[in-house]
Design a protein around this ligand. Structure first.
Ligand code: C2E
Ligand code: CA
Ligand code: CA
Length: 582
């Protein structure tokens, strides 16, 4: 018979719980405060604890903390009872290691289902499901935590099982594969169906793996919707591919749970003992790195870890650290790529392009450093720095009598922060710049995330008097309805359509149609990436307004651009200038 301890300071609630659970045949213990509760847990080792969250003196958090820090009580299931208005505290209590929670008022069936789910889980841990009765190790080891290793007992369990497996290696060319499998839609199913279904689903996945693999090994549920799988030694690396495909195939069929047929998206990362590491924790980390690579390739992919990826990750990591200090070390700079009016041959402005001059590596390709910056929000600092620098520079050029506009690229992260309009307004005021000289460039992919909100942000920017240009047109989700909704002044035709436009019939058709359409919507068209005279002539003949590209000039430093402005003021026709990027 199972014993349940109820820790609840509200007498009426406590009595009602006692009554319901007594009728179900449980042995019951009760405590009206946390301190007594903890003593009872230590002395009587109940099978499950139901605990109120808010209590005088020692509250539910305190009880849980003490419970989880003592090896004897660490694995006792803990369900917390919480009032509706305390829901925001749930994250904390789940992080401290609660197994489940019930929000008051809960129904009798909810209560009993939550308790039953915990007992079922415990049973699985104590009685691992086996593939072949004699030697299998496959089992679900609770909530083993792959990042912070909170659940020490599960970790130790896993380590010892791993050691058992590597003991079976009989020849030096054998290796032990460690797989990590992501269950990509598990979180979504849990949101719809509840966490209990999540556990059942994971168990169903494990059962399916058992049926399919027909060999010994062990499976562990990791944190964050992942499963780790360790199989006995293999002699041939081809076997890994076979196993990976088999695993992915078996999980690509729907899993039936009560009335639902659920289709999980999975990816697989693999590392090998001893080639990639001889420490089990490190093998898990490396399989996880491989998993991330697989996920980039799309659902149902797998990836075998390589030492080269590790080198790449290390390199990127060092670059990221350096990037954090680059702004204060004044390593950032801006290159300007001129934009030319195709009718007059005059420079009308430029696109400002971010450059990082790394002290050892030299110029780092913007795509590389900006993708790192996007991952950790450094991109916001970069975007703000670019806007401010460009406005200051533009003011100087205005003072010298150059009437040009400069476009600054804005990332999706910065665009969707509510304060972009305010920031631009502030900089315009501080630099006392005519707003019509500044243009912001945005890509469609940034806008489509939330079109309604994007329209309102764009209108706010437009009201400041600055220009807006739609970057990389044609490469994203190009919906014509956006063109009509969004208040853009300029459309930038992407390089992929401009390339070979004079030979390529389809590109030519797209370019011609886009120019006509943009003009009828009163937008100016800039062709990007123009590299030849023939492309330039084609664009001019079909009424494109401006060009930007290596044919006229690569992006150049501010002083070089300034010289070009001077020279161009005296020129009458377009011709290529000497234009190597520094
Ligand atoms: P983008 O906005 O499409 O910028 C145009 C890119 O095309 C620039 O690459 C430019 O050097 C290159 N390009 C210009 N003309 C030609 C040509 O004739 N042929 C070829 N092959 N390429 C040409 P860059 O400077 O490497 O920048 C790459 C991307 O990085 C930019 O694409 C933009 O998305 C992003 N980026 C650059 N600067 C910034 C910035 O300050 N902030 C943000 N958020 N993104 C930036
Ligand atoms: Ca751009
Ligand atoms: Ca572009």
């Amino acid at each position: 018979m199972k014993t349940i301890l109820i820790i609840e300071d509200d007498v009426l609630l406590r009595r009602s719980l006692l009554k319901i659970l007594h009728a179900e045949g449980f042995e019951l213990l009760e405590a009206d405060n946390g301190q007594i509760g903890i003593e009872m847990i230590q002395n009587q080792q109940p099978d499950l604890v139901l605990c109120d969250l808010i209590m005088p003196d020692l509250d539910g958090y305190g009880v849980l903390e003490q419970l989880r820090s003592n090896p004897d009580t660490l694995s006792i299931p803990f369900i917390c009872l919480t009032a509706q208005h305390e829901r925001s505290n749930l994250r904390r209590v789940m992080e401290l290691g609660a197994d489940d929670y019930l929000t008051k008022p809960y129904s009798k069936s909810e209560l009993l289902a939550a308790i039953q789910a915990q007992f079922n889980k415990q049973e699985q841990i104590q009685n691992p499901t086996s593939i072949s009765e004699s030697e299998t190790l496959i089992q679900l080891v609770g909530n083993f935590n792959d990042e912070s290793h909170i659940n020490l007992s599960a970790q130790l369990n896993l380590q010892s099982k791993f050691k058992q497996i590597i003991r079976d290696i009989i020849s030096p060319d054998q290796s032990v594969p460690v797989f990590i499998l992501s269950l990509d839609r598990l979180e979504r199913f849990q949101d719809y169906l509840g966490t209990n279904y999540g556990d059942i689903l994971v168990q169903a996945v494990i059962n399916r793996i058992h049926d399919e693999m027909q060999r010994a090994g062990f499976v562990v549920k990791l944190k964050s919707e992942k499963i780790a799988l360790v199989l006995p030694p293999i002699s041939d690396d081809h076997e890994i591919e076979e196993i990976a495909i088999k695993l992915l195939n078996c999980l690509s069929k729907p899993i039936k749970i009560s009335d639902y047929k659920l289709l999980l998206g999975c990816c697989l990362g693999v590392s090998l003992y001893p080639q990639h590491d001889d420490d089990f924790d490190n093998l898990l980390i490396k399989a996880n790195i491989a998993l991330r690579q697989a996920q980039q390739q799309g659902t149902h992919s797998y990836f075998l870890y390589t030492n080269e990826i590790w080198a790449k990750i290390q390199d990127r990591f060092h670059l990221e650290i350096d990037l954090h200090h680059a702004l204060e070390k004044e390593e950032f700079t801006i290159h300007y790529q001129p934009q030319l009016d195709l009718k007059t041959g005059k420079i009308t402005g430029a696109e400002a392009l971010f450059r990082w001059r790394h002290p050892q590596r030299g110029l780092v390709p913007p795509i590389e450093c900006l993708s790192i910056a996007e991952e950790n929000d450094l991109i916001v600092e970069i975007d703000e720095w670019m806007i401010r620098q460009v406005c200051q520079q533009l003011k100087q050029w205005q003072n010298q009598g150059f009437q040009i506009s400069v476009a600054v690229n804005v990332s999706g992260v910065k665009f969707h922060q509510r304060n972009l309009g305010r920031y631009v307004m502030q900089v315009l005021k501080q630099t006392n710049l005519d707003p019509s000289c500044l243009e912001l460039e945005l890509t469609e992919s940034v806008l489509v995330k939330n079109p309604e909100r994007s329209v309102s942000i764009l209108n706010e920017l437009k009201n400041l008097g600055i220009g807006l240009s739609l970057d990389d047109f044609g490469t994203g989700y190009s919906s014509l309805s956006y063109l009509q909704k969004f208040p853009f002044d300029t459309l930038k035709l992407d390089r992929c359509f401009v390339q070979d436009v004079n030979h390529h019939i389809k590109n030519a058709a797209i370019v011609k149609a886009t120019i006509v359409m943009a003009h009828s919507l009163e937008m100016r068209v800039i062709a990007e990436g123009v590299e030849t005279k023939a492309e330039q002539e084609f664009l001019r003949d079909y009424g494109c307004d401006c060009l930007q590209g290596y044919w006229f000039s690569r992006p150049v430093e501010a002083q070089v651009f300034e010289q070009m402005l001077r020279a161009n003021a005296q020129e009458t026709t377009t011709k290529p200038l000497s234009t190597l990027e520094h």
